[in-house]
Design a protein around this ligand. Structure first.
Ligand code: HEC
Length: 143
């Protein structure tokens, strides 16, 4: 292998490690929205945001896909109860106070983005109650 090629390899290794660091590092301190969704929202809304008998879908829901981020965030923070309720067929209310403001912002991004297309949230969230271990949960989980 000549020197130029070796340098090239070194450089791409460096770039590789940097990329790995940058993608792995935030997990500790930034909000892992997918996991948060799986833990706090999936029990009612379904792991892939497909909706359940107790909560409306988020996937393909225009309120999510086209709605103002601020409006979505407000529902996440405050919930939706009583006269505010939009889905009379769903017997329960959307509880407020489930997450912090930062988490709510991250969730809005996740719900408008990855949740709309990815299967991962679907798998992640399908855990039986008390069994919230992300990827380990499978389709036998709750619906
Ligand atoms: C206890 C069950 C429950 C949990 C947990 C829950 N929700 Fe809800 N959510 C509901 C119900 C019920 C509604 C519909 C309320 C209504 O009739 O307007 C709703 C509505 C919403 C809406 C508005 C949808 C629309 O079409 O107007 C958003 C956004 C939302 N939830 C986000 C979340 C997020 C994000 C989480 C997790 C942090 C979460 N919810 C957790 C029950 C739940």
């Amino acid at each position: 292998m000549n020197k130029r090629r070796r340098n090239q390899m070194r450089r791409s290794l460096l770039i590789g490690w940097t990329a790995l660091f940058l993608t792995a590092a935030p997990a500790g301190w930034a909000v892992d929205a997918a996991r948060l969704y799986g833990d706090k929202c999936a029990p009612c809304h379904g792991g892939g945001g497909q909706g359940t008998q107790t909560a409306p879908p988020h996937k393909g829901n225009p309120f999510i896909t086209q709605g103002e981020p601020e409006a979505i965030k407000e529902v996440i923070l405050k919930g939706r109860q009583g006269a505010e309720k939009k889905y009379p067929d769903i017997p329960i209310e959307m509880p407020g106070g489930l997450v912090t403001e930062k988490q709510a912002e991250a969730l809005v991004g996740y719900m408008k983005g990855a949740l709309q297309t990815s299967e991962e949230g679907f798998l992640r969230g399908r855990c039986a109650p008390g069994e919230h271990r992300g990827r380990h949960c499978d389709r036998r989980g709750m619906r």
